[in-house]
Design a protein around this ligand. Structure first.
Ligand code: SAM
Length: 262
């Protein structure tokens, strides 16, 4: 793990998530934030696991549908399997660019998420044009062919002032027909109100405050994309693997994948 200052003062979204997933790329402040979240809503680790599993299932489905280019925005800290490993099971030549605005994520990605046909680059979803214009994005991805844009558990770090619809429209307008848009997003309609309050207060202490949205607001982020079956659902309920454990699905977020029609 690349060292980050363990000053105990500020947790980060990437490391809190890593702690929730049982990873070891996190510090005391992150573990404390994860523990606080868990103390208020005990299913938060299950929700993180379901979120991660959804993202990778969506990658598998996109790859099996023929997509071999992935732009993973808000990629988070490396945690095997990563997007390129899943995509390459069915598309061995798949190209993947990982993007995040957290320097600690980029430092770790530069250690393990690089190699032939892939790169980890700094970028901020609030400036999607700059992400699309990054030289390594341009070099590795051909936007004349379908690309899967992954925005898994990242759009809720975009505040209302940053106009999430503008962001998605910029990404969508750069994409060729057949491109995928994959999203999970914290949802105020499905999450109990006290969880929204706890989550908001925990992430307010990070560099990335959280903005949960209504189902209707989340649905609008798919404007221009055709939502694929089963639509916008709990991450655990999006095309679950055969034999996946039954039980209550996490209610913290909604997940979906859309395709850009010709
Ligand atoms: C909860 S993690 C999700 C990681 C991964 N996408 C997943 O779902 O497994 C959220 C990630 O989004 C990143 N992030 C937050 N705001 C961002 C922004 N404006 N631009 C790019 N990345 C951002 C954080 O640094 C963090 O790594």
């Amino acid at each position: 793990m690349t060292e980050a200052p363990d000053d105990g003062h500020q947790a980060s979204a990437a490391r809190i998530y890593n702690a929730l997933l049982g990873g070891d790329t996190n510090f005391a402040a992150d573990r404390a934030a994860a523990a606080l979240l868990e103390s208020k809503y005990p299913t938060v680790r299950q929700a993180a696991v379901a979120n991660r599993a959804f993202g990778l299932r969506a990658v598998r489905h996109a790859a099996e549908a023929g997509v071999d280019q992935f732009l993973d925005i808000g990629c988070g800290l490396p945690l095997a399997p990563n997007t390129h490993e899943v995509a390459r099971r069915s598309r061995p030549a798949a190209r993947v660019v990982y993007v995040d605005n957290d320097p600690h994520v980029i430092a770790n990605g530069n250690e393990s998420l690089r190699g032939e046909g892939m790169a980890t680059v700094p970028g901020d979803l609030r400036d999607p044009a700059a992400v699309l214009d990054h030289p390594q994005v341009r070099d590795l991805l051909d936007f004349g062919r379908p690309v899967a844009i992954l925005a898994v558990a990242v759009m809720h770090f975009i505040g209302r002032d940053d106009d999430p619809l503008r962001i998605v429209a910029t990404l969508r307008d750069a994409c060729a027909p057949g491109s995928w848009f994959v999203l999970t997003h914290a949802c105020t309609d499905t999450m109990p109100a006290d969880e929204v309050t706890t989550g908001t207060s925990v992430y307010r202490r990070t560099a990335t405050p959280v903005t949960a949205r209504t189902r209707q607001e989340i649905e609008k982020l798919f404007t221009g994309f055709e939502l694929l079956p089963p639509g916008l659902v709990s991450p655990a309920l999006w095309r679950p693997e055969p034999g996946a454990a039954d039980g209550p699905a996490p209610t913290e977020s909604l997940a979906g994948a859309g395709v850009l029609a010709p």
